[in-house]
Write a protein that binds this ligand. Structure first.
Ligand SMILES: Cc1ncc(C[n+]2csc(CCOP(=O)(O)OP(=O)(O)O)c2C)c(N)n1
Ligand SMILES: [Mg+2]
Length: 397
C-alpha cells in the first residue's frame, strides 16, 4: 500500500498481540464483540465501505469508456457484508473472495490502483492481463485468488484450514459463497469434509436473493440457508448482512470459535444484490419496486452513517473528510492505472511454462525468457537460467 491508500487506523496483527476486536477484553454475556471496537475502528469500517462503493463507481465510469476489459461486477448494497466479515479476521488469517468481495480484499490490504490495473488488464497488474476483475490473490496479505466455478473455493479453503491445523498454526480460513453456490456438489463435499476434520474455518453464505437471474426460492427448498448447517453437524447462524456491526459480531464469534478449536461455522448473511449479476445484466427478471425499496430502506452505508452519528457521536464534518480521502485515493489510483502499459504478448506465457515450448518461434521464446527474467528478478527469484538450474528458487518450508 502507498501512503495515500493507507487506511486511517493500523490494524492489529497476531504478532502484535492484537486482534482487531480487542480480544484481550473478556466478553460479558450481554456484550457484543463490536462493543469492543474503538471509535477509530468503527470509522475504519465506514472508510472501507465507502472505498468499496466509490471504487466500483469509478470502475463503472472506466467500463463505460471501454477501458475495462471483460465484465464488471458490483457489490452495491453488499458492502457491509464484505467489509464487516473480513474485519473480524486477524492479519495472519486467510480469506477467499468472490466477485462481490472487493470490500473484503480492501480490508485485507488490496490496493485500489492494483484493482483498477487488474480490471484494465494492464501489464503491471497482479496477473499481467492474464486474469480479469478481482481474480487475483496474495497469500502474504491473506486473500486467495478465486476459482469461478461456484462452490469450488469451499474445498480449496478446507485444505488451507486443514494445513493450519496440521501445522498447529493459530490461523483461521474464511470462505465466501453465494446463495447459488450452496446448491453445488463442491459446496457439500467441501463443508462436509471440513466439518468432519474440525478445521478452523468460517463459511460465509452471502444470501443476496439471486444467483444470476434465479431467485432464492427456485434455488433451494430451505427457508433459511443457515439451516443447511444441520446436515453437517456444525453451528449455523444468520445475521443482517446490511448491518456492518452485526456482520462483524457474528463473524468474530465464529472466527473465535474456529481459533479455539471449535471447528467450522456456517454464517448466512441476509443482503440484497442491487445491481445485475454484472453490468451487462439489465435485471429484467426483478419484480418492480424491489431494488428501489432496498435502496431507500436498507442501504448499508446509510444505515451505518445513522449509527455513527446517533450512537457514536460522530460529527457532521468527520464523514465528509473520510469521503474526501476516499476520492483522493481513487483519483490517484486511476491516474496510476491509466498510465500503466498494456502487457507484452509474451507475458501470456508467464507462469504457464517453466520453459517456453520449443515449437514457439525463437523471437517468442526469447521474449518469454526476458519477461521471466524481469519478473522474477523483481521478485528476488534470480534469472530464468538460474531458476532452470535450481539456483535462487525459493524452497517450500
Ligand atoms: C458451477 C458453475 N455454474 C455456473 C456458473 C456461472 N455463474 C457464475 S456466478 C453465477 C451466479 C452466482 O450466484 P450466487 O452463488 O448466488 O452468487 P452471487 O453472484 O449472487 O454473489 C453463475 C450461475 C459458474 N461460475 N459455476
Ligand atoms: Mg446470490
Amino acid at each position: 500500500m502507498t501512503d495515500s491508500t493507507r487506511p486511517p487506523v493500523t490494524r492489529g496483527s497476531p504478532a502484535e498481540g492484537g486482534s482487531r476486536g480487542g480480544a484481550s477484553t473478556r466478553p460479558t454475556a450481554e456484550s457484543r464483540p463490536s462493543d469492543r471496537l474503538s471509535r477509530e475502528q468503527k470509522l475504519e469500517l465506514y472508510y472501507y465501505m465507502r472505498l468499496t462503493r466509490s471504487l466500483e463507481e469509478r470502475l463503472v465510469n472506466l467500463y463505460r469508456q471501454t477501458k475495462v476489459i471483460g465484465g464488471l461486477f458490483r457489490s452495491l448494497g453488499q458492502e457491509a457484508d464484505a467489509v464487516g466479515s473480513a474485519y473480524a479476521l486477524d492479519r495472519g488469517d486467510i480469506l477467499s473472495p468472490l466477485i462481490r468481495n472487493l470490500g473484503s480484499m480492501l480490508v485485507k490490504g488490496a490496493d485500489p490502483a492494483e484493482v483498477i490495473r487488474q480490471y484494465m488488464a494492464k501489464g503491471d497488474s497482479p496477473t499481467r492481463g492474464r486474469e480479469l476483475n478481482i481474480h487475483f490473490g496474495d497469500l502474504e496479505r491473506g486473500f486467495v485468488g478465486q476459482i469461478s466455478h461456484l462452490g469450488d473455493m469451499v474445498p480449496v479453503m478446507t485444505g488451507v484450514a486443514l494445513s493450519f491445523k496440521m501445522r498447529r498454526q493459530d490461523r483461521v480460513a474464511l470462505v465466501y459463497v453465494g446463495d447459488g453456490a450452496t446448491s453445488t456438489g463442491a459446496f457439500h463435499e467441501g463443508i462436509n469434509f471440513a466439518a468432519v476434520q474440525r478445521v478452523p474455518m468460517v463459511v460465509v453464505v452471502e444470501n443476496n436473493g439471486y444467483a444470476y437471474s434465479t431467485p432464492l426460492h427456485k434455488q433451494t427448498a430451505v427457508a433459511e440457508l443457515k439451516d443447511k448447517a444441520h446436515a453437517y453437524g456444525i453451528p449455523g447462524e444468520r445475521a443482517d448482512g446490511n448491518d456492518v456491526l452485526a456482520v462483524y459480531d457474528v463473524t468474530k464469534r465464529a472466527v473465535d470459535r474456529a481459533r479455539a478449536g471449535g471447528g467450522v461455522t456456517l454464517i448466512e448473511l441476509v443482503t440484497y444484490r442491487r445491481k445485475g449479476h454484472a453490468e451487462h445484466d439489465n435485471q429484467s427478471y426483478v419484480p418492480a419496486g424491489e431494488i428501489d425499496r432496498w435502496a431507500a430502506e436498507n442501504d448499508p452505508i446509510d444505515r451505518y452513517v445513522r449509527v455513527l452519528v446517533e450512537r457514536e457521536g460522530v460529527s457532521a464534518e468527520e464523514l465528509p473528510e473520510i469521503d474526501q480521502r476516499v476520492r483522493d485515493v481513487i483519483d490517484s489510483a486511476t491516474d496510476a492505472a491509466e498510465a500503466s502499459p498494456m502487457p507484452e504478448p509474451t507475458d501470456a506465457l508467464l507462469g504457464v511454462y517453466g520453459d517456453p515450448p520449443a515449437v514457439a518461434p525463437l523471437w517468442f521464446r526469447e521474449g518469454v525468457r526476458s519477461a521471466v527474467d524481469t519478473h522474477e528478478r523483481a521478485a528476488g527469484w534470480g534469472t530464468f537460467d538460474s531458476r532452470a538450474s535450481g539456483d535462487g528458487v525459493p524452497q517450500d518450508d
